[in-house]
Design a binder for this molecule. Structure first.
Ligand code: DGJ
Length: 318
């Protein structure tokens, strides 16, 4: 994968998957990410070799099917969802014929209990960033159209930049709370459709965004950026012996702009010589969102197990 350039799918069309995530399922890597064209919110591509990307579908659009679930934290909306206006409320929430909302940083996991693919994302109303909610959608297949289930503030908290991380049968949703000042870690319910418990509130007042979690040799690592809008800043990493345990302080990752990028996710890939980890990021162009590109760098580890990256123009993932 070439860094800092536009990418194209196997049909020769520009690939749109910003703030994204990859899910490995039945031999395929599915790449989900933001697609801001027309009525589209999230698109899905797949690849077996992590080099050639086939467009599969627009996973979520303003016209996607909707089905409310009772996970609201907003009382008024909760009544609307529970009552006969449920469909109207939830269609309106997705934009419908009103205006585009903002769907950012979509992440997808497969839930073995229900057989559903579950997407979590950051939801804003399209006019400002004041709603600060997470939203949930599901699908029976990895590359079908997802059904949108609505948005909420987990336990009443603001929730912006986010990620998902699955550890065995337990999944976690991590998101920026309190106007991005703190990073919350929520253990998900068994069906992955709701938050079960807030298990951590990390780095109080440090304003960390763009969290990305991975596990290597039994240790958990979290990358994140500082909070500077679309402008790049110094990345940092931290580690822990368990997701719900004590996390370390923040250490520098990359250079002062993280090579002009912001984390989207970390991709673990098992090869003949063991497991490799790739830092996959966005190089945003805040003035021209559609000129944003992608960065792929292999994460290396020093003798103490501390992760670091060095810039290269391209990266072989597969
Ligand atoms: C930084 C976040 O990481 C992005 O996902 C996006 O929300 C921008 N801020 C918006 O300014």
């Amino acid at each position: 994968m070439k860094n800092g350039v536009k990418l194209y799918d196997t049909d020769g069309n520009e690939l749109h998957a910003h703030g994204g995530h990859m899910l490995f399922h039945n031999g395929w890597y599915y790449w989900y990410g933001e697609d801001r064209r027309d009525n589209i919110y999230v698109s899905c591509y797949r690849s077996a070799d992590l080099e050639h990307w086939e467009f599969r579908c627009h996973s979520l659009t303003a016209d996607s099917p909707t089905a409310p679930i009772r996970v609201r934290s907003d009382l008024a909306l909760s009544h609307e969802i529970a009552g006969e206006r449920a469909d109207i409320a939830i269609v309106r929430e997705m934009g419908g014929n009103r205006c585009r909302v903002n769907i950012e940083r979509p992440k997808v996991l497969y839930n073995r209990l229900t057989g559903k693919f579950v997407m979590w994302m950051h939801y804003e109303n399209g006019m400002n960033y004041h709603d600060a909610r997470c939203a949930v959608a599901t699908c029976d297949t990895p590359d079908g159209e997802f059904t949108y289930h609505g948005s909420f503030n987990p336990f009443g908290c603001m929730s912006r930049d986010c990620t998902l991380f699955e550890d065995g049968d337990t999944a976690y949703f991590i998101s920026a709370a309190r106007d991005n000042a703190d990073l919350h870690v929520y253990r998900l319910s068994e069906d992955y459709l709701n938050v079960d418990e807030q298990v951590k509130s990390l780095w109080q007042g440090e304003y960390r965004e763009a969290p990305a979690v991975f596990k290597r040799e039994g240790k958990y690592y979290m990358l994140s950026s500082f909070c500077t809008g679309w402008a790049p800043n110094q990345g940092k990493w931290a580690s822990a012996d368990s997701m719900e345990g004590r996390w370390s302080m923040l250490h520098l990752f990359g250079d002062e702009t993280t090579y002009r990028s912001q984390p989207a996710f970390v991709l673990p890939v098992t090869k003949d010589d063991g497991e490799h980890f790739y830092y996959i990021a966005d190089r945003w162009n805040g003035k021209q969102y559609f000129d944003s590109t992608y960065i792929f760098l292999e994460i290396q580890f020093d003798e103490a197990g501390n992760p670091y990256i060095e810039y290269a123009d391209e990266c072989v993932l597969g």
